[in-house]
Design a protein around this ligand. Structure first.
Ligand code: PGA
Length: 248
């Protein structure tokens, strides 16, 4: 993998408080070093988006949300947060289809959410990935294909869509796929986009237990454009360590 424009996306899940915004300072300084040609994006909980946007104003860091409602604007949806609201806060990205949200979201709903995000010109990070049972039954490819094709149905312009391949069994477990499997599955995702005449330059990231110990090996895989990082991204020292190890 080249070191240029690698994505490091921090998915904070349901962690963080107003105080934790202070823990961005070192990452902000680090984001400014020339050698690091990375795109750093933080996706905190909705409640912290505005704090993160303000804190990172004069830096190279961008902010996103972890989900959005299928309705793009406003409406009588108690508890809902729309893509328009995320944009209003200064968010530029939104994670859609994370496995931790897929119980309430089938591919049809995910497709609507992507459309709503794109209508507000947000960048989408679409998460796809097989469960352990799918892997055991050799169904990984069919699962990925279905999630991709149904999630991206009727979308022609995918220039603002990033795909994050996150095997569900890898998330938070410390277990990552073998280099060979990862390379194969990422190529399969790329080929599926190509065959279905989707935007072929889409960035494809890997997510699931990325840490400072495995980043060097993960960087050896040619066709990955970056990483979606959960637990390890909430500790600024570790997050910086991961980025440092990605460049040397
Ligand atoms: P993890 O989470 O890095 O803690 O495994 C990744 C994710 O869920 O996006």
């Amino acid at each position: 993998m080249t070191n240029n424009n690698i994505y490091f996306i921090a998915n904070w899940k349901m962690f963080g408080s107003v105080k934790s915004v202070n823990s961005l300072s070192k990452v902000i300084s680090y984001s400014k070093i020339k050698k690091l040609k990375a795109k750093i994006i933080y996706c905190p909980p909705y409640t912290l988006i505005k704090y993160f946007v303000d804190k990172t104003k004069n830096s190279n860091i961008e902010i996103g949300a972890q989900d959005c409602h299928a309705q793009p604007n406003y409406g009588p949806f108690t508890g809902g947060i729309s893509s328009k609201m995320i944009k209003d806060l200064g968010g530029k990205f939104v994670i859609i289809g994370h496995s931790e949200t897929r119980k309430e979201n089938d591919n049809k709903k995910i497709n609507l959410k992507i459309k709503s995000a794109l209508s507000e010109k947000l960048n989408v990070i679409l998460c796809i990935g097989e469960k352990l049972i799918d892997k055991k039954k050799n169904k990984t490819k069919s699962v990925l294909k279905k999630q991709l094709l149904e999630g991206l149905k009727n979308l022609k312009n995918l220039s603002k869509v990033i795909i994050a391949y996150e095997p569900v069994w890898s998330i938070g477990t410390g277990i990552i796929p073998t280099e060979n499997d990862l390379e194969k599955n990422i190529s399969f995702i790329r080929d599926t986009l190509k065959i279905s005449k989707k935007f072929t330059k889409s960035k494809i990231l890997y997510g699931g237990s990325v840490n400072a110990k495995n980043i060097k090996n993960l960087m050896r895989i040619d066709n990955i454009d970056g990483f979606l990082i959960g637990g390890a991204s909430t500790n600024e020292k570790i997050f910086i360590d991961i980025m440092k190890k990605s460049i040397n």
